[in-house]
Design a protein around this ligand. Structure first.
Ligand code: IPD
Ligand code: CA
Ligand code: CA
Length: 262
């Protein structure tokens, strides 16, 4: 199969997988969830996170038996290299929102071929909003092309999204927030990327995101003209956790020039 055939097949697989995933999640709203904690009392995993990742693995075995999975919830889904075809999945991004609010969480899935993000999907389940990006071919929301972000809008005319740990790392960000239109935080990294990618905020800055938090949304945001990097300006490598920024081009430049300094 050439790359285009793989991506066409990937779209078919994702469409089927997401229908089944959504049904399962909606049914889960009606029953009591089994919730466990991981690294701390607010780092949660539910049976739904685990089920969705396992469900995705079943689809992958059927559609692409030779591809690898790099996922948040299954210890076997850890990898050491991005060689070949690797799917990076966060089965529920925003688990705390899922548990506490039943909204503002997403399924995030990306396909990387030899380390290059080729295809990414972020699905806001509660809103039934499907963001899809394809390297070099733009991005869509529910099948409709999304407009590229503004080249002209700077910090002063933008809302900013930032977590407190990012502000602690770079205290000058407080000044950026002061001159901006205000601060927001939604609690699901992939959806926060989508808020910026669709031009509803100027930047999202976070101190500690995992590859599965950003793998799909980075592809979509870059297709729409956003800049994505570590807060230091370095490239994000998709094997390790670290800081992240996604921003409109002018906002990115202003933040890097004046505020992302120690
Ligand atoms: C978390 C969310 C949250 C971000 C955390 C992530 P999870 O993902 O994206 O917004 O601040 O760093 O771990 O654990 O809900 O998949
Ligand atoms: Ca996540
Ligand atoms: Ca998760």
């Amino acid at each position: 199969m050439d790359k285009q055939e793989v991506i066409q097949q990937a779209k078919r697989m994702m469409d089927e997988f997401l229908i089944e995933a959504k049904q399962y999640i909606e049914t889960s709203f009606e029953k009591e969830l089994r919730i466990e904690t991981k690294s701390n009392r607010n780092d949660l995993v539910t049976e739904v996170d685990q089920y969705i990742e396992a469900l995705f693995t079943r689809y992958l075995k059927q559609f692409f038996p030779t591809h690898k999975v790099f996922g948040e919830e299954n210890a076997e889904h850890k990898i050491e290299s991005l060689d070949g075809a690797v799917w990076i999945i966060d089965p529920i991004d925003g688990t705390l929102n899922f548990v506490e609010q039943k909204r503002d969480f997403a399924i995030s899935v990306a396909l990387y071929l030899d380390g290059i993000g080729e295809f990414g999907v972020v699905y806001d389940v509660a809103k039934d909003d499907l963001y899809r990006g394809e390297k070099g071919r733009g991005a869509t929301l529910n099948g409709q092309p999304i407009q590229k972000v503004s080249q002209k809008r700077g910090v002063e005319n933008s809302l900013l999204i930032a977590n407190l740990s990012a502000v602690k790392l770079y205290p000058k960000l407080k000044e950026a927030i002061r001159v901006s239109r205000g601060l927001r935080l939604y609690g699901a990294a992939s959806l926060e990327f989508m808020v910026v990618a669709t031009g509803r905020a100027g930047a999202y800055l976070a101190a500690n995101l995992a590859p599965w938090d950003v793998a799909a949304s980075k592809i979509i945001a870059e297709e729409l003209g956003c800049i994505v990097s570590r807060l230091s300006g370095e490239k994000i490598d998709m094997l390790h956790k670290g800081t992240s920024i996604v921003a409109l081009p002018k906002v990115y430049q202003e933040l890097r020039d004046s505020y992302l300094r120690k």
